[in-house]
Design a protein around this ligand. Structure first.
Ligand SMILES: Nc1ncnc2c1ncn2[C@@H]1O[C@H](COP(=O)(O)OP(=O)(O)OP(=O)(O)O)[C@@H](O)[C@H]1O
Length: 126
């Protein structure tokens, strides 16, 4: 693709398929994405099982979507860093560790929200 081609607007359906292809690539190549996927299925099953409220659904969907989006960005940063250098570089380390830190912060938030929502339902069973 030359510079002239890059100036042409990409049809909506093509950019959509590029985005879906990115998600599929991450699911195939990233172990963490598969862990998020399995965790999300478990959380969705629990949400239906406990018949959580509309407000709780909003939090759950927001957390699941956010987790996937953040992991995709983390993966993109890892790819760009690997593209720039395969050699050890302190900035490459910082870039990857910072992106991983962002995922960790959001994952901790997701766990906290999961506990706040599901613990009362679980305790109610006993
Ligand atoms: N080029 C590099 N220079 C310096 N440190 C690096 C470099 N590449 C990776 N690292 C270090 O190794 C760690 C693991 O990098 P790697 O590319 O294997 O990511 P990863 O463990 O596969 O991440 P994830 O599990 O999220 O996919 C990074 O967080 C970083 O600390």
């Amino acid at each position: 693709m030359d510079l002239q081609d890059k100036r042409k607007p990409i049809p909506f359906i093509s950019s959509f398929s590029f985005a879906v292809s990115g998600i599929m690539t991450a699911l195939k190549t990233e172990r963490n994405m598969r862990i998020h996927f399995i965790s999300s299925v478990i959380v969705l099953v629990l949400s239906f099982y406990f018949s959580i409220t509309k407000m709780e659904w909003l939090f759950i969907l927001f957390v699941i979507g956010g987790m996937f989006a953040l992991e995709l960005i983390n993966t993109a940063i890892e790819r760009v860093v690997d593209l720039v250098t395969v050699e050890y570089h302190p900035l490459a380390k910082q870039a990857k560790d910072l992106a991983a830190g962002a995922v960790l912060v959001y994952a901790a938030l997701a766990v906290a929200i999961g506990i706040v929502i599901f613990l009362p339902y679980a305790l109610h069973m006993f």
